[in-house]
Design a protein around this ligand. Structure first.
Ligand SMILES: CC(C)(COP(=O)(O)OP(=O)(O)OC[C@H]1O[C@@H](n2cnc3c(N)ncnc32)[C@H](O)[C@@H]1OP(=O)(O)O)[C@@H](O)C(=O)NCCC(=O)NCCS
Length: 163
């Protein structure tokens, strides 16, 4: 696997291929609603790569194995991330999640919001110290920034977390 890299407008077709490879359940978890292939194409076309941070991890054969899109509005950072099924369970989710937290700090967000219902993401958010602000179990998890950085997860590449 290649290091986490920042992606730009020229990577749009690769983003589409990555997201369109997700099945309906994954798309629901990634976007919070159902999205067909055309919807994904429109989503990618609307990304402002200058304003937002889009990062990915490439496999040795050039496949975009992992992808994250981080946006900050009025100091509040929000993100979506995905790892292709064939590459799951190997720590790529951790690497992307760690980088999302690091990027949020770097761009000056005051809080990072995790809207995901995916148990793996909720687990990672808990390790990073995200808290639910409301008693409602469906409420978003929020990490106040800046915060003392938690001890890196054993699967986290420290270079990723610091870059
Ligand atoms: C969520 C996703 C990114 C995880 O990617 P991954 O590469 O498999 O993640 P990792 O291998 O780094 O594992 C992440 C952690 O989640 C844990 N995990 C996995 N499944 C879990 C589950 N069902 N419940 C709790 N924790 C779980 C893993 O054990 C690991 O934690 P650990 O190392 O402390 O044991 C991937 O499953 C995905 O793309 N899902 C579809 C899209 C999605 O739901 N995106 C989230 C929207 S923000």
């Amino acid at each position: 696997m290649i290091a986490v890299t920042r992606l730009g407008p020229a990577d749009g077709p690769r983003l589409c291929r990555h997201l369109q490879a997700l099945d309906a359940d994954d798309r629901m978890l990634r976007f919070g609603h159902a999205l067909d292939d055309d919807g994904i194409t429109r989503y990618v076309a609307r990304i402002d790569f200058a304003r937002d941070t889009v990062i990915g991890i490439e496999s040795a054969d050039g496949t975009l194995a992992a992808l994250a899109h981080l946006g900050v509005r009025a100091g509040r950072a929000d993100f979506g991330l995905s790892v292709l099924p064939a590459y799951r369970g190997c720590g790529l989710g951790w690497r992307m999640f760690s980088r999302v937290v690091a990027c949020s700090r770097r761009v000056g967000a005051t809080e990072l919001v995790c809207q995901s219902a995916n148990p793996a993401v909720v687990h990672m958010a808990a390790v990073f110290g995200f808290r639910r602000l409301l008693a409602d179990p469906a409420a978003a998890l929020v990490l106040a920034l800046p915060d003392p950085a938690p001890a890196p997860h054993p699967l986290t590449n420290p270079a990723d977390a610091l870059a």
